[in-house]
Design a protein around this ligand. Structure first.
Ligand code: GLU
Length: 275
């Protein structure tokens, strides 16, 4: 059943958790076991957990001798090809003590816009979940061009949550919640809850960030959260460090109340819904 409030998270049946590149790559790769511990706990209570993880490019960078994110698409793709493999290996190693097997799912925006690949993807994910395998989703970077990139995995996570009719979506980054202005600025206040349809014009989320490892930021989180909330999915935005508290339903992060609609898995095209 849809998580309508934070306290519903511990009993949510199907949960999509998204984590950003900077939280789990480079000197932050130690966080993978911590994240996996919380996911395994939810899995252990019977929840169906899907992980959407960025970090392919960032994880691949050192293997290509790069210390910052490449700017050209071909080198980004090369770094992703190397890094995706290592990233999933790290997750699988962390999942092994819990007896959980990971399944890699790579999607493009085009796949979700198009009825046949969309239903193929949904069927495959449903089967993985039915087999108690933990799907790990990322953008299929080697075939994505600038024009058709999701742009950031926040949007991908919202679309996956809709695709599978998730009960909740948890967006994890390095920041504990959304703020009324960038948290480094004076007077920034934590936003506890955002009602569905609430006017956010006065909130300064800042522009989309392209930093040394990935892309995203508060604005992409807010639009992804609204995309999912509009389909009746409750969304929590918080930091990767607070994942256990988030899944336990504690008062952390920013909660986006879901629209009061039946939470049916997305069957129609998503492109018109998404932008
Ligand atoms: N799919 C990209 C990766 O895994 C997303 C990173 C980004 O552009 O934010 O590296």
């Amino acid at each position: 059943m849809t998580a309508r409030v934070r306290a519903d998270l511990p009993t949510a049946r199907r949960i999509v958790v998204k984590v950003g590149s900077s939280s789990i790559s480079g000197t932050s790769s130690w966080r993978i076991p911590k994240l996996v511990y919380a996911l395994a706990e939810a899995h252990g209570r019977g929840a169906e957990v899907l992980l959407v993880s960025s970090g392919a490019i960032a994880t691949g960078m050192p293997f290509l001798g790069l210390d910052s994110r490449p700017t050209d698409l071909a080198t980004q793709q090369a770094a992703a090809a190397v890094g995706q493999n290592i990233l999933v290996y790290r997750y699988q190693e962390a999942l092994r003590p819990f007896g959980i097997v990971a399944g890699q799912v790579l999607l493009t925006a085009g796949d979700l816009d198009d009825a046949v690949p969309r239903s193929n993807a949904r069927r495959a994910i449903e089967r993985l979940l039915g087999l108690r395998i933990l799907p790990i989703v990322n953008e299929n970077d080697t075939v994505a061009t600038h024009e058709i990139r999701f742009g950031d995995n926040d949007r991908l996570a919202a679309l996956v949550a809709r695709l599978v009719g998730a009960d909740a979506l948890v967006l994890l980054s390095d920041v504990d919640s959304l703020y009324t202005k960038p948290p480094t600025e004076p007077g920034a206040e934590r936003i506890d809850t955002i009602a569905f349809g609430q006017d956010l014009r006065d909130v300064e989320f800042g522009s989309t960030i392209v930093n040394s490892v990935g892309t995203g930021g508060a604005s992409t989180k807010a639009s992804a959260a609204r995309l999912a909330a509009g389909a009746g999915i409750g969304v929590l935005v918080t930091s990767a460090d607070l994942v256990a508290e988030a899944l336990a339903g504690d008062e952390v992060g920013t909660w986006f109340e879901p629209a009061d609609v039946a939470n049916a898995a997305l069957t129609g095209p998503v492109d018109t819904l998404a932008r």
